[in-house]
Design a binder for this molecule. Structure first.
Ligand SMILES: NC(=O)c1ccc[n+]([C@@H]2O[C@H](COP(=O)([O-])OP(=O)(O)OC[C@H]3O[C@@H](n4cnc5c(N)ncnc54)[C@H](O)[C@@H]3O)[C@@H](O)[C@H]2O)c1
Ligand SMILES: [Zn+2]
Length: 580
């Protein structure tokens, strides 16, 4: 019996290690056809292994290569195509592969897959970083379950746990007997192309404790948050495929406590770690510090395959990020933020910068990290005022994106502000982890939608227009960033109310929540409206001389307005600085 006319291809899909590459040539042989292995084609075209492609071009780069390989494979006639485990997850690929192709899912039990990995690892130096190491079985199961709805779209499913020959028989017979009818069946192609109505899981198995994934035009990376995560730094870097030496840039104040935790874990994982302690404080975010970092990296002959591990608050995130963005024109970067502000804000989104004497963040870049590792346990040592200040960004996220979180924050403020007590009680630890994760997801979703702050990302500046001016006027010393933002939020709430957008009750809610977190709603004495107005006019975000304000129409609905009357602005400033 021959293959039905019109059936030009057989496509094997399924999880890795289900036997696609093994079966494709066997089936082709039986039919007198050719076979093609997409992963091999991709490697051949790139002149590099797939892990190397991921390392240098990221998942996005790999995906583009994969799509190219699919296009070339489907242009061939009478061919059996073995796909990589992720190819079928993407609609464009499915549409190409399913047209004139009989699609077969190869299935195997998790235990079988794990055993095949173990055997492959023994005779191959190049392991699959995402599916190796401890906890492998669980990760296989999770990833496999997430892909199941996609694999279920095929024309036939064949188990490959046992006899390979049997699988070949079953497939050849099914193709000959039913191939024609299957291809003619109504809706098949449409359903395959549309997919199962859920987002495809990321190709990578990033392992446990990933709260969200940032996906911008230039990169995709996981944001981890857990209690005690630094103790697993080595494991996380392994999983990310970051195998080089580790250059740890660490805030002096966190080196003894948290630095040594990360260091031990990395060394246990067999890593060579060099560390550089940066003096605490904003003054270190300077060109002079950056130069010292460059010299340090160069004296250790850091290479592009090594990794910069930035451990500290937003100062370190920005400074270490600048070093990573520029040294050797870019080194892999991992952020390990140790302040609330760093975790929910500075480490996510890829902005890195240093200050100049003439202004903050004047020299910078967009440079995305490979991952963010937020260990909530580090917050136990954070000075209480810094902790409270970081929650201003959390409150901001609630007002611009997450109304239910505002209620949660009101209820749980006392617990959230006491992470050292929380370390005694797992439910309080979990609360802190959950709140941080939730805020990381908000920041991630905004920057994923708008990497370079053209539009949507501007909403993150809620409360910041006035906040920045207050910081500038007070010389970035007496008022912390979050404290300034807290006052700035009160002011824009007052403005929104004066403009008829929101009611008094929502203004009161701003004040109540800000006070709950021990943050100021009024500035320290001595500040004048005139100097604040003047500082605002110097803000780099002023467009065409017009001040843009982020206001709320309601909780979760921010809007940008550049038509706020001067008197309304003055009144709002007076409401927080108290001087007219
Ligand atoms: N890139 C961005 O998108 C972005 C966003 C917001 C803020 N920032 C930048 O972040 C910086 C502010 O960050 P920050 O508020 O985290 O300040 P920070 O990094 O200066 O840390 C604040 C203080 O806390 C100490 N500290 C940090 N972690 C600690 C811990 N776990 N235990 C004990 N002490 C600890 C530090 O030594 C410092 O004294 C600013 O430079 C700001 O410009 C950047
Ligand atoms: Zn901020």
């Amino acid at each position: 019996m021959s293959v039905p006319h019109g059936l030009r291809r057989i496509v094997l899909i399924g999880f890795s290690a289900t036997g696609k590459s093994v079966l494709a040539p066997l089936i082709a042989h039986r039919l007198g056809w050719d076979s093609v292995d997409l992963d091999e084609e991709i490697e051949r075209a790139a002149g590099r292994s797939i892990p190397e492609i991921f390392q240098s071009e990221g998942e996005r780069g790999f995906r583009a290569r994969e799509q190219q390989a699919v296009q070339e494979a489907v242009a061939r006639d009478q061919v059996v195509i073995a796909t990589g485990g992720g190819a079928w997850l993407h609609a464009e690929n499915r549409a190409l592969l399913a047209e004139q192709g009989f699609v077969i899912t190869l299935e195997a039990r998790s235990g079988t897959i794990e055993a095949r990995y173990a055997a492959a690892a023994e005779d191959s130096a190049e392991q699959r970083p995402m599916l190796s190491g401890a906890g492998r079985r669980r990760r296989i199961e999770t990833l496999k379950a997430a892909r199941q709805p996609f694999y279920a779209l095929s024309d036939l499913t064949v188990h490959t746990d046992d006899h390979v020959d049997d699988a070949v028989d079953v497939i050849v017979e099914a193709v000959q007997r039913r191939g024609g009818a299957v291809l003619d069946s109504e809706n098949r192609l449409r359903e395959m192309r549309n997919g199962p109505g859920v987002d495809p899981p990321p190709i990578h198995d990033y392992g446990p404790d990933v709260g969200c994934i940032v996906e911008t035009e230039s990169a995709q990376y996981p944001v981890y948050c857990a209690w005690g995560l630094l103790e697993r730094s080595g494991d996380v870097l392994d999983r990310l495929g970051l195998t080089g030496r580790v250059f740890m840039i660490v805030d002096e104040a966190v080196f003894d406590t948290h630095g040594s935790t990360a260091l031990e874990s990395l060394e246990q994982a067999g890593r060579t770690v060099n560390s550089y302690r940066v003096p605490s404080g904003e003054a270190s975010k300077s060109l002079a510090s950056l130069e010292l970092l460059y010299e340090w990296l160069s004296s250790h002959r850091a290479e592009r395959r090594d990794v910069i591990f930035a451990l500290g608050g937003g100062m370190i995130t920005d400074l270490g990020g600048m070093a990573a963005a520029t040294y050797l024109r870019g080194m892999p970067l991992v952020h390990a933020p140790t302040t609330v502000l760093g975790m929910v804000d500075a480490a996510i989104g890829g902005k890195v910068a240093i200050d100049l004497p003439s202004g903050k963040n004047l020299v910078g870049a967009f440079y995305q990290p490979r991952a963010v590792l937020a260990d909530a346990a580090t917050l136990a040592t954070l000075p209480p005022r810094e902790l409270r200040s970081g929650f201003a960004e959390v409150i901001k996220h609630g007002f611009i994106r997450d109304e239910p979180m505002l209620d949660l924050l009101e209820e749980t403020a006392d617990s959230l502000l006491d992470p050292s007590a929380g370390s005694l009680d797992s439910s309080r630890r979990q609360l802190l982890v959950d709140v941080i994760t939730r805020n990381q997801a908000i920041k991630a979703s905004v920057v994923s939608a708008d990497e370079r702050e053209s539009d949507i990302r501007a909403i993150l500046n809620y409360g910041h227009t006035l906040g920045h001016a207050i910081e500038a006027v007070t010389g970035y010393s007496t008022v912390l960033h979050g404290e300034a933002v807290a006052m700035g939020m009160v002011a824009v709430a007052e403005m929104g109310c004066a403009m008829g957008l929101i009611d008094e009750a929502l203004v009161a809610r701003h004040r109540r929540l800000i006070e709950r977190f021990g943050l100021p709603t009024k500035s320290p004495p001595g500040l004048g409206r005139a100097e604040i107005v003047e500082a605002m006019s110097r803000d780099k975000k002023v467009v065409g001389g017009k001040q843009r304000w982020i206001l709320l129409e309601s909780v979760g609905n921010p809007i940008v307005r550049d038509d706020v009357p001067a008197e309304v602005v003055s009144d709002a400033i007076d409401a927080v600085v108290g001087v007219s």
